[in-house]
Design a protein around this ligand. Structure first.
Ligand SMILES: C[S@@+](CC[C@H](N)C(=O)[O-])C[C@H]1O[C@@H](n2cnc3c(N)ncnc32)[C@H](O)[C@@H]1O
Ligand code: SF4
Length: 373
């Protein structure tokens, strides 16, 4: 069942590694921006009357930075313009440096029932080095405010001077503070971000060191009852993210706001990354799309396999055949042969062996090569 993604592009400060569409100096636009976003919700909702939606996800940027009444307004608008399942999962991303008691009350009133907190690391010097606006104590305070709520914590690996002991402290803090879900991402260094200089100077751990940190973190998470269900995502039983699972199943979703992407009715489209242009287009009643493409059957097949293999649920060969009319073995005979030692077969389901999940990109290479022939 499809999901709704809402992009809130404001942050108090830009983190040194961040390549998301997020503006550190434009909070004054928040009210006008959200008014445009409500209008886009109405425009999209009018076209999707026949759909029922299962999840809503407020991402960013920092959705917890803007006045919380604007989140409440967005939820009211979503309920007015879309058919939302009664027990929909509604997630809000939250930066620990931007939260207070009154905000949490408004979120609960809006129907937010899942929070995703960006801790990144429990080591204050590393947080400062990343340009984060919070320290570890702010995280503890945020989790106290969310006591009894369902929340996930984001952790990052591959930071300057990060040791296994730092990863242990970070995971232990996230676990003892009550997270039901932990995402553990390896730092991606994008050209153009300030952290790129550290990368060029050789100050960041190399990929083998990051793989070691990951392996250490994965084992610790599993000891603490967080089961890996996707390369970077670990959850207590029953707390997997429904919104993200839908992405990995190649399900449909509608993205609203600047830079938001959608995948509906076989088409993928993305809104403009330019805040002013986004607002101007919406005010004039146009969709501010920068790209729109029909996904070819070839690409659809590869995407289906690639996304499913990221998860512990793997690719069901029966589902593949029912979806595409041809079998996985007919479409990818060579790739399957080349990757056989990395794969497990259980009934009709193929998964990547546990120990190889982290290096799945190299396992997927033969699949790309074969589909492109
Ligand atoms: C949009 S941010 C989360 C909300 C909020 N903006 C924050 O940072 O606290 C989503 C998550 O993506 C991860 N992330 C962002 N940039 C990353 C990068 N360059 N490499 C790896 N992970 C990254 C971080 O863990 C971050 O918490
Ligand atoms: S708070 Fe999140 S979205 Fe904002 S700059 Fe930092 S990582 Fe990027």
């Amino acid at each position: 069942m499809p999901g709704i993604y809402i992009h809130v592009p404001f942050c108090r400060h830009k983190c040194s590694y961040c390549d998301f569409v997020s503006f550190p100096d434009k909070i004054d636009y928040a009210e006008a921006y959200m008014a445009c976003l409500y209008k886009e919700l109405k425009m999209r909702g009018d076209e999707l009357k026949n759909y029922e939606f299962d999840t809503v996800y407020f991402g960013g940027g920092t959705p917890s930075y803007i006045p919380p009444k604007l989140i409440l307004g967005a939820m009211n608008q979503i309920r007015k313009c879309f058919r939302l399942k009664k027990d929909a999962e509604v997630t809000l991303e939250l930066n620990p440096g931007t939260i207070g008691e009154a905000k949490v009350q408004t979120y609960l009133q809006a129907g937010i029932n899942r929070f995703s907190i960006g801790l990144q690391t429990a080591i204050d010097e590393q947080l400062a080095d990343l340009g984060r606006i919070h320290n570890a104590r702010d995280y503890v305070y945020a989790t106290k405010l969310l006591k009894g709520q369902n929340f996930s914590t984001d952790v990052m690996l591959g930071l300057k001077n990060q040791t296994k002991e730092d990863v242990r402290k970070t995971i232990e803090l996230a676990a003892t503070c009550g997270s039901t879900h932990i995402s553990m991402y390896a730092l991606t260094v994008e050209d153009g971000t300030p952290i790129y200089t550290d990368y060029l100077n050789g100050e960041l751990p190399d990929s083998d060191e990051v793989a070691e940190l990951y392996d250490f973190g994965r084992k610790l998470l599993e000891e603490k009852g967080f089961k890996r269900y996707e390369v970077s995502n670990f959850a207590k039983e029953g707390f997997e993210s429904r919104h993200n699972l839908n992405y990995w199943k190649r399900g449909e979703y509608i993205g609203v706001g600047v830079s938001a992407s959608s995948f509906m009715q076989g088409k993928r489209f993305t809104n403009t990354f330019d805040l002013d242009e986004y607002m101007k287009c919406i005010i004039s009643g146009f969709y501010p799309a920068v790209t729109s493409e029909e996904v070819s059957e070839k690409d659809a097949k590869f995407e289906f396999v690639m996304l499913a293999l990221r998860t512990k649920y793997g690719v069901s060969m029966n589902e593949y055949k029912a979806k595409f009319g041809s079998s996985l073995a007919e479409d990818f005979p060579n790739a399957l042969k080349k990757s056989v030692k990395y794969l497990d077969l259980n009934g009709d389901v193929i998964t990547i062996k546990d120990e190889y999940l982290y290096v799945q990109n190299s396992i997927l290479m033969p699949f790309i090569e074969e589909i492109e022939q």
